[in-house]
Design a protein around this ligand. Sequence first.
Ligand SMILES: [Zn+2]
Length: 342
Amino acid sequence: MRKTVRFGWFSIWFSTKQCVTIVGQGCGFVEILPLAKATVCMYEHICTCANFVVASKLQSTIDIQAVLCYNKTMKCDLHMHSNCSDGVFPPEKLVQMAKERGVRCMSLTDHDTTCGVLRAVTEGQKLGIQVIPGIELSTFSTMEVHILGFNVNYQDEAFQQELAHVANLRVERNKLLVQKLKEHGFDIDLSKIKTTGTIGRGDIGREMVRLGYCKDSAEVFDKYLGAGKCCYVQSQRLTPVEAIQLTLRHGGIPVLAHPKNLHISFKEFEKFLRPLALAGLGGIEAQYFTHNTAERNFYTKMAKKYKLIVTGGSDFHDYAHGMDIGCKNFIPNGYTRTILGI
Ligand SMILES: [Zn+2]
């Protein structure tokens, strides 16, 4: 049986009882999962520009309308940085920008610090935007791995003490990095770098651009500061498992950030993922802005296999690189919403 229902610029075809195809602007395939209708379930298929939501047992156009409206209102961006780490905008400004761009739920995930979270949460309450407390922990095993921590107890003293220890490791790394840059003829004074939080490689890179050593941050990382480049210094950092444990100890949900940046094959990825899942990893940032459709699908499949949530975001720092806030729609599915309380 094939039935077509028109909704806005979407056409919805019921091809079987278990499967619906939506075509139109932003076409995609939507799976109807066997859940009670009350439980709205989403299947994110990023084909061009749209995500679709389908509840089981859709009976009529009205149901579809309700579900699509719901979908449209759930734009989320769960990865961005403020000037409390290496972003350029203050936390309040990010919340305002999220609101302007129609984002309903966001998370501030500064590197190794939560110093901007309370400000973002407070601004979110003012503007009616849900702000999930977050952090992005830099870790290292055989490669650089970032672990996002959502809903951590950021006001807990013990958590802040552990973060202070992590920050100290970074300070030591920065000193060595500046020393290496000096050996290559670049004079960087850490005290002149303007940041309200921890200084990261991004800040040092911007300082090099400001001083005219390179034309942009991309060149700095390609030539000097990227992993394996001549001035790269691997700091004594948490391992991914330690970061997962740290997040769990403080009530957070640890999520593997931008898996594509690991630069490993799909096959190697599962090998890499398994021990992290066993250690308590809670999710994968499958909907990262640089992931193509095949990568989104693969990481989403892995998340399903290991019962992990799927998150997504813009990793917004500034306008110079990456995506604008909310630019790539991320619509959390029912499981993610339940776990994160969205
Ligand atoms: Zn990030």
